[in-house]
Ligand binder design. Structure first.
Ligand code: ARG
Length: 467
């Protein structure tokens, strides 16, 4: 379309009526958003078609003009889709780029499209539609990740591994149980996504600049046509509200933070020192100098993307902080943050889903590690309470002495002889060996939400019914 260096420095054709000359080059540069808001073209066109249809239905524009407008917008959609559309920075943003092209295509009827509408409600609509679609994509992606974890959890409901606190061996758990911890985290993320979709499901179009309009528009009609539950209720709030973007970013930041914890575990667990997992070739890279290496780059990048996503949240919060009602141009800075965070999050979830599906679990290594570090010491203390009637504090003390002896001898708890155990506390019988193994330890933890395979299977079934 017409634009470019050959053009003289004339005022903006969309709003330039009162301007004698065009903007300074720097003004144009700081003002233009087309470089990034062109991403909203499909939403902008959908919104305009719904608006024009409503205007005609209400008798505000003629059916003939509406048909021209809709036809012209359809043409523009295919021009942009095919890459034939030339975006112009002089036309600032996606809204004016499309409207100017519409005028070139259909003539004066194009000028009727902006009746009873402002770019303020237009951008609020376009961006809301985009964020809503992104939230729907995120919900799907999280469901895929949850499903990957459920499959691994089912496969490894009985696989014993060390459970950690402070990254020190704490008590034996099952790998299935550990997987289900992530299912809970990503399940909460998904619940937040669903809630945000509900929350934002209101149509901004028709709020106009900020005060509404005197034209007899039907906002319920446009809301319905655009798939919103209902129109927003306050026109001032509508054009100044970016909560939907902030909510998206908050949800994305929490989810990315969860992903970074998972990424960190993958990085640690794939080291030869831990050796709990073996990454697939598809999700790791080699070193250009050290032939033996297999690096967990995908996990590291997921861990790092969290920085971008969390940064985007802080950036937009800072943009919105202290803004007076209603619209201010500051709000144009909302989009890049959301676009960047959305791209990062999508990629991070996809990479993690692939890694979880592909990773090899080294059950032998996990089990060996589970038994080291006196991980069944609590089981011994519990046994002394249950079978020998000791108060827990005394049992804790006795167990501490048993651990000290094993440590001194350089052996596991189960390797100590009955005589050695009885020398510490005479109430101990040979039945105690039944609780010193890691399998017995996990099997005994049948409390609701506990690590026993039977309990983990119940958790899996609960989630299966919800995916
Ligand atoms: N490009 C603008 C934005 O993203 C569109 C709204 C402009 N409205 C205005 N009154 N200048 O926020």
């Amino acid at each position: 379309m017409a634009d470019g260096s050959s053009e003289t420095k004339s005022s903006n054709q969309m709003w330039g009526g009162r301007f004698a000359s065009g903007p300074d080059a720097i003004m144009e540069e700081i003002n233009a958003s087309i470089g990034f808001d062109k991403k909203l073209y499909a939403q902008d066109i959908r919104g305009s078609i719904a608006h024009a249809t409503m205007l005609a239905h209400q008798g505000i524009i003629s059916a003939e003009d509406k048909d021209k407008i809709v036809h012209g917008l359809d043409t523009i959609l295919s021009e942009i889709d095919s890459g034939a559309f030339e975006f112009s920075r002089r036309l600032e943003d996606i809204h004016m780029n499309i409207e100017a092209r519409l005028a070139a295509l259909i003539g004066p009827a194009a000028g009727r499209l902006h009746t009873a509408r402002s770019r303020n409600d237009q951008v609020a609509l376009d961006f809301r539609l985009w964020v809503k679609e992104e939230l729907q994509k995120t919900e799907k992606a999280l469901t895929g990740l949850i499903a990957a974890f459920l499959d691994r959890a089912e496969e490894h409901a009985e696989t014993v591994m060390p459970g950690f606190t402070h990254l020190q061996t704490a008590q034996p758990v099952t790998f299935g149980h550990h997987c289900m911890a992530y299912v809970e985290m990503f399940g909460r993320d998904r619940a937040r996504v669903r809630h945000a979709i509900e929350h934002m499901d209101e149509s901004p179009i028709g709020a106009a600049a900020l005060a509404g309009t005197g034209f007899p528009i039907d906002r319920h009609m446009t809301a319905k046509a655009l798939g919103f539950r209902e129109p927003t209720r306050n026109s001032i709030d509508t054009v100044s509200d970016r909560d939907f973007a902030l909510e998206f970013l908050s949800i994305a930041a929490i989810a990315a933070t969860h992903l970074s914890r998972l990424a960190e575990e993958i990085v640690i667990w794939s080291t030869p020192q831990f050796g709990f997992i073996r990454l697939s070739d598809a999700f790791s890279t080699g070193s250009s100098i050290m032939p033996q290496k297999k690096n967990p780059d995908a996990a590291e990048l997921v861990r790092a993307k969290t920085g971008r996503v969390n940064g985007s949240l802080v950036a937009l919060l800072t943009v919105m902080k202290g803004l007076p009602l209603a619209y201010s141009k500051d709000m144009q800075e909302d989009k890049e943050q959301v676009f960047d965070a959305a791209e990062s999050l999508e990629l991070a979830i996809a990479a993690m889903t692939g890694m979880i599906r592909d990773v090899t679990i080294r059950a032998d290594r996990m089990k060996a590690a589970a038994g080291s570090g006196y991980s069944t010491a609590t089981d011994l203390a519990d046994w002394l309470v249950r079978e020998a009637g000791l108060p827990f504090r005394d049992a804790h003390h006795v167990t501490g002495r048993v651990v000290a002896l094993a440590e001194q001898k350089g052996c596991d708890l189960a390797d100590l002889s009955l005589a050695e155990l009885q020398a510490i506390n005479s109430a101990i019988t040979d039945k105690v060996y039944g609780v010193l193994t890691v399998e017995a330890s996990v099997a005994s933890r049948t409390s609701f939400g506990g690590t026993a395979p039977s309990e983990v299977r119940k958790q899996i079934a609960w989630w299966r019914a919800r995916t």
